[in-house]
Design a protein around this ligand. Structure first.
Ligand code: NDP
Ligand code: OXD
Length: 313
């Protein structure tokens, strides 16, 4: 029997506990922080925004699991024990992200903010959007989420470009990499999708200077950020929207979450705001994935989707 600690802030912890206990049966003992009564003999920790220092106080820990795809929340803890860290890769999470990206690419290509306004004004005006194939959607971050989103966008008829850290090839996608490839990638991109992990290299990358480099033909550029809020400079997004550098933005993540009520992004006529739920971690779908990783590891198998602490993702 393994002892599993859940340390969850920001998600609904009880739903995770219930699902872990239901699927574990008698196989594992599952406890939810802070209700651990001084126990520290846990084998595994499954966390979302765990309190810093908690994991370092668990001497028997064999591995840590992030309850989401991103691990920036976890790696911010500077006292992490030296055990493997695995992140979630699951079809449920991935398909949700594909849905978000494809939906918002369509919203910008089809100028839905304009038609929403026209509907209120009862104005029957067709703006003759250019063919989808002529719209180039550029994805920053061609990992699990980026690759699946690229397929969804291609199936919707868009042209797709990708940008990654290291060189990569994907069928039907024009790929760029590193600092050297960024300028050309941006210069060809109409709708920019950010699916990057938050690291020292990506912090603040979505700024005014970058927006200025986006292609303006056949449509003015739009930004879709479902990566992390720390990657965007919100004042720069507002400036770019207001001076026409960006025609629109879909933001699922923010510098500060929840987005403060006084943020002008909430009511900006060119912005779609969603509450960091482009791809929500759902315990009904993800707990089985984590338990099967634990059970495989206990049998001597390898952990999958390990995080490289140096790269930060
Ligand atoms: P992956 O680790 O599979 O992919 C990350 C991608 O980013 C890789 O292609 C990587 O390049 C690229 N990358 C990293 N650093 C750089 C850099 N400095 N320059 C260029 N490219 C870089 O992650 P996922 O696809 O699973 O998830 C991506 C992110 O999406 C998560 O980290 C999280 O922040 C966010 N996310 C948001 C959700 C939401 O609901 N809003 C839900 C789930 C995830 P390379 O391939 O060369 O390594
Ligand atoms: C994740 C997220 O990283 O939900 O999975 O942001």
């Amino acid at each position: 029997m393994s002892k599993i600690l859940l340390a969850i802030q920001g998600f609904e912890p009880e739903a995770w506990l219930e699902r872990f206990r239901t699927l574990s049966g008698a196989k594992h003992e599952v406890r939810l922080w802070p209700d651990v009564e001084g126990a520290s003999d846990f084998d595994y920790a499954c966390v979302w925004k765990q309190p810093h220092g908690l994991l370092a106080s668990l001497p028997n820990l064999k591995a840590i699991f992030s309850l989401g795809a991103g691990v920036d929340h976890l790696l911010q803890d500077t006292a992490l024990p030296d055990v493997p860290i695995a992140r979630i890769v699951d079809p449920d999470l991935t398909i949700r992200m594909v849905g978000y990206v494809v939906l918002h690419a369509h919203l910008h290509h089809r100028q839905m903010k304009i038609y929403e306004r026209q509907s209120i004004e009862r104005a029957w005006i067709d703006h003759n959007e250019p063919p989808p194939r002529s719209i180039r959607v550029g994805i920053m971050g061609m990992g699990v989420m980026g690759q699946a989103s690229a397929k969804g966008l291609l199936a919707s008829g868009f042209s797709v470009l990708g940008w990654s850290r290291a060189p990569k090839k994907f069928e039907g996608v024009e790929m760029f990499d590193g600092e050297a490839g960024l300028k050309t990638f941006l210069g060809k991109t109409n709708i920019l999708v950010c699916l990057l992990p938050l690291t020292a290299a990506t912090k603040g990358i979505l700024n005014y200077i970058l927006f200025k480099q986006l292609a303006r033909d056949p449509i003015a550029p739009a930004l879709i950020n479902a990566g992390r809020g720390g990657e965007q400079v919100e004042n720069d997004i507002l400036r770019a929207l207001d001076d026409g550098t960006l025609a629109g933005a879909s933001l699922d993540v923010f510098e500060k979450e929840p987005l403060p009520p006084e943020s002008p992004l909430w009511t900006h006529p060119k912005v779609y705001v969603t509450p960091h739920n482009a791809a929500s971690s759902d315990p009904r779908a993800l707990v089985a994935n984590i338990l099967s990783q634990i059970e495989n590891y206990e049998r001597g198998g390898k952990l999958e989707n390990l995080v490289d602490r140096k790269l930060g993702y």
